[in-house]
Design a binder for this molecule. Structure first.
Ligand code: ADE
Length: 248
């Protein structure tokens, strides 16, 4: 997977993703990441990228020109790096905005299948609508709150997508079986010591009986989802017996 992030704060993206699991995957070459500074495409004496909004109102709007040129430069460099040079499919361009579709695990799964992804991070009061209409394929929000820019949302998405790419996590099975699989939250986890400040570990986990452990974990997932995310539970596939757990 090759990520291309159009931003006014490239160092934020590079520093944020060059550590931990994504950092290791970048080092291994399973992922690649470039942060393209929109300001480099300003063509303005003072490298200005924003201007007053037509019609008045508070704040500044990012101008269409620098964003479009940064996009064209990125698509050109992707084309050049393709072996056959006539890349038929244009890469998806994701604009991070609170007005977009809310990000979800299934969107991460779908995007993880792409070869290249371009993220467009806005600042100020947004980006001139005309360039968005020309280049953006997906409008995505990471939740119903307003952040100061699209960089953190882009990093959130890149993290969630990357862990689904084979080889990024050490244990490929865990990406499949973790939280939100089948619309259930993950069960509680414990590690040594067996007793911590007077609190023990659930007996079943020490039993070595894998059937009972799996059953207990599934029950815990159901109980936890019912308590914290009843909206998800409605979409989960529960057996008759499992539905009974909730009646108690
Ligand atoms: N930019 C500002 N707030 C955002 C949000 N909640 N999601 C995506 N992009 C944003």
């Amino acid at each position: 997977m090759n990520y291309h992030v159009l931003t006014l704060f490239p160092e934020m993206i590079l520093q944020g993703l060059n550590t931990s699991i994504t950092g290791r995957a970048l080092e291994k070459g399973i992922l690649s990441l470039e942060a393209i500074n929109i300001r480099d495409f300003s063509e303005n004496k003072h490298n200005k990228v924003d201007d007053y909004p037509y019609g008045g109102g508070a704040g500044m709007v990012m101008a269409a020109g620098p964003v479009y040129r940064a996009y064209e430069h990125t698509v050109d460099s992707i084309k050049k790096s393709c072996l056959n040079d006539n890349m038929e499919k244009k890469p998806r361009v994701i604009y991070l905005t609170p007005q977009g579709k809310v990000f979800h695990q299934t969107i991460a799964e779908e995007l993880a299948k792409e070869e290249d992804l371009i993220f467009l991070c806005g600042h100020y009061e947004g980006i001139d609508e005309r360039v968005l209409e020309m280049i953006v394929t997906d409008y995505i929000s990471i939740g119903d709150y307003v952040l100061t820019g699209g960089e953190l949302p882009a990093m959130v998405m890149i993290d969630a997508i990357s862990r689904l790419i084979p080889g990024v996590l050490n244990n490929d099975v865990s990406a499949e079986f973790e939280s939100l699989q089948d619309n259930l939250l993950e069960y509680p986890q414990y590690t040594r010591p067996e007793e911590f400040m007077g609190k023990g570990v659930p007996e079943v986990l020490l039993s070595g009986h894998h059937g009972n452990i799996d059953k207990w974990r599934r029950e815990q997932s159901i109980i936890r989802t019912a308590k914290n995310r009843p909206d998800l539970l409605e979409k989960a596939n529960l057996s008759k017996d499992e539905k009974k757990i909730l009646e108690n």
